[in-house]
Design a protein around this ligand. Structure first.
Ligand code: PLP
Length: 381
């Protein structure tokens, strides 16, 4: 057993495939979908999650999340869907935090009723409010922290304790934090999900998802997953492994840039509000300090002149107005023009989403270039 604990070393070395034949420095890629069945221990097939590259990368993910085991999926939503539906059956109930990734809300609202699965969105971060919505048939509690797009932070230790006391399965979408900034298993959360499309991939060129948990939970999810079939292609598995080698370096650079930019924006006369867990003004700043190792690269802020949000983003020259997040390049999105555009202005207001709100994914560029880019775009307002 190799002897290391550092997260950057894990990113580089955990679960790498050794190239015994040619002694190459990187993991070889085994793209086969067909494997021999004579004189072998198990039947290998990509949909069974047991091919060499999948097993190796799963080990890296599990090491990063400080748990036993992990699985890889073709998208974040495939990881979310499969995890939920591996445990749920007709007649069950799920407690959801209400501030969640829009695609997760769609999955629940559009699909659950078809399978006679009941749910409640809890519009609070307090345990007592989750407890008051608990039913005899509640099976799962599902959270996201920090959440999209307002960076709300929920108490992981309290959620885990509540979940254990009530015999529930606790699931967290850990995408915004990445395993570098937050390892929820350490606080007692059962299952950790990622859209690997974001920080784990990190270059805006991979669609993937991951699930990390105990051996027994992963065994149960594997049994259902084989029937659902949301696996990741071996080529993408290999590219994702390559990407994660720099995850720690990327995220640390993003944490540093984001902290400085959040402080810069908070002091800017064109900005009304900044939502970033690293700011003292964030309502859960102390909690974030306790449960996060870094505050992340995601923030959102509100322009004073809310009619200028589109113009402002159009004038940015380095920071790109594109929808995704977690890449090495800085990107900015208007939730009211994208993820929440189908809601009325009043409905958006209910979710705290004004037309001046911008979600900012901070990249690894040099800090001064990012600050200067924002400044020149503010000058047109
Ligand atoms: C993008 C995202 C997802 C969905 O992931 P896909 O890879 O797009 O399927 C889930 N949760 C969060 C927080 C996300 O940002």
């Amino acid at each position: 057993m190799k002897n290391y604990k550092g997260v950057t070393t894990k990113c580089v070395h955990s679960g790498d495939l050794i190239d015994d034949k040619f002694k190459g420095a990187t993991s070889p890629l085994y793209p086969s979908t067909a494997y021999g069945y004579l004189d072998v221990e198990d039947d290998k097939y990509p949909r069974y999650f047991n091919t060499p590259n999948q097993l190796a990368l799963s080990k890296k993910i599990a090491h990063l999340e400080n748990c036993d085991s992990a699985l890889l999926f073709g998208s974040g939503i495939a990881a979310i869907f499969t995890s939920l539906f591996s445990f749920l059956k007709s007649g069950d109930h799920v407690l959801f935090q209400s501030s969640l990734y829009g695609g997760t809300i769609n999955l629940v609202v559009k699909e659950f009723k078809k399978f006679n699965i009941d749910y409640t969105f809890v519009e609070s971060l307090e345990i007592k409010d989750f407890e008051s919505e608990l039913k005899a048939n509640t099976k799962i509690i599902y959270i996201e922290s920090p959440s999209n797009p307002l960076l709300e932070v929920i108490d992981l230790k309290k959620i885990a304790l509540f979940s254990k006391k009530k015999n529930l399965i606790s699931i967290i979408d850990n995408t915004f934090a990445s395993p570098i900034n937050q390892t929820p298993i350490d606080f007692g959360i059962d299952i950790v999900l990622h859209s690997a499309t974001k920080y784990l991939g990190g270059h805006s060129d991979i669609l993937a998802g991951t699930v990390a948990s105990s051996f027994s939970n992963i065994k149960k999810i594997t049994e259902s997953s084989i029937n659902y079939g949301g696996n990741l292609s071996e080529y993408t598995v290999w590219l994702l492994e390559r990407s994660i080698k720099t995850l720690s370096l990327r995220v640390k650079a993003q944490n540093e840039n984001a902290q400085k930019l959040a402080e810069f924006l908070e002091n800017n006369k064109n900005v009304d509000l900044v939502f970033y867990p690293g700011l003292k003004s964030h309502p859960q700043h102390d909690l974030s300090k306790n449960q996060m190792k870094g505050f992340g690269g995601m923030m959102s802020f509100v322009l004073k002149n809310e009619n200028k949000a589109a113009d402002f983003t159009r004038h940015l020259k380095i920071i790109k107005a594109v929808m995704s997040l977690g890449g090495v390049e800085s990107t900015i999105t208007s939730p009211s023009l994208t993820s929440h555009s189908k809601l009325s202005k009043d409905q958006r207001k209910k979710y705290g989403i004004s037309d001046g709100l911008l979600r900012f994914s901070v990249g690894i560029e040099d800090y001064d270039d990012l600050e200067n880019d924002l400044t020149q775009a503010f000058n047109i307002l």
